[in-house]
Design a protein around this ligand. Structure first.
Ligand code: HEM
Length: 185
């Protein structure tokens, strides 16, 4: 997992819960990096898992709710670092349908060693996208958060349903609806 995912995560934890919580979760996790991350480095995903589990214990917030909150936070990081990618798309459905074949393809060039999910489109039209998420990291709530923020970025309202195809969250079906007229009603 890329260093930027760690540095921004610790930034969010500091903003939301304070520096003591950052220090405490680093202390409680067994980190071969010792909690020292550079944004261009690559680190073991197991370190992120431990940081999140310890943050969950410390705050009483469920792991998946923390991953979701971090996804919403991470969207603004992506927007700040890669505005050019967003400017290529004018609507959320076409942007989300392009993650696999365009966006994450570019990401692999910018961030060598990135561990990315696989998305497979099942159905698509102008206002509907059904796609499968596959990842052994089971970060489907991170995906959900990024999808929601994508709609908000393009000022569209939406409804996103997900169905765990595998109980461990490594295969998840997303049904994404755009509701184009909701703002006018
Ligand atoms: C992970 C970049 C858009 C879904 C990542 C990572 C980067 C990245 C750097 C971390 C890789 C690693 O740590 O090894 C970008 C950029 C985007 C973008 C630059 C747009 C400009 C999106 C969108 C989604 C998405 C719109 C919506 C579903 C994910 C997920 C992961 C991820 C779910 C977590 C890894 C996993 O589940 O296995 N992305 N991303 N990304 N991205 Fe994207």
């Amino acid at each position: 997992m890329k260093g930027i995912v760690f540095t921004e995560f610790l930034e969010m934890v500091e903003e939301e819960f304070g520096l003591e919580v950052v220090d405490s979760i680093i202390m409680k996790s067994k980190l071969s990096s010792e909690g020292v991350y550079t944004s261009v480095g690559t680190y073991d995903f197991f370190e992120m898992q431990q940081l999140i589990v310890n943050l969950s214990k410390e705050t009483g917030i469920e792991v998946n709710d923390l991953i979701y909150a971090y996804g919403r936070y991470f969207f603004s990081v992506l927007l700040r670092h890669h505005p050019n990618i967003f400017s290529l798309y004018s609507d959320p459905i076409s942007m989300l349908a392009s993650i696999e074949n365009h966006i994450h393809v570019e990401v692999r060039k910018i961030y060598p060693g990135a561990e990315l999910p696989t998305f497979k489109i099942i159905k698509k039209d102008d206002n509907y996208l059904e796609m499968m998420y596959y990842s052994e990291r089971s970060m489907f709530m991170f995906a959900r958060a990024l999808m929601e923020k994508t709609f908000e970025h393009y000022d569209s309202s939406y409804n996103i349903d997900l169905e765990l195809i595998k109980e461990d969250g490594s295969q998840v079906k997303f049904s994404i609806n755009r509701q184009p007229y909701a703002f006018n009603q």
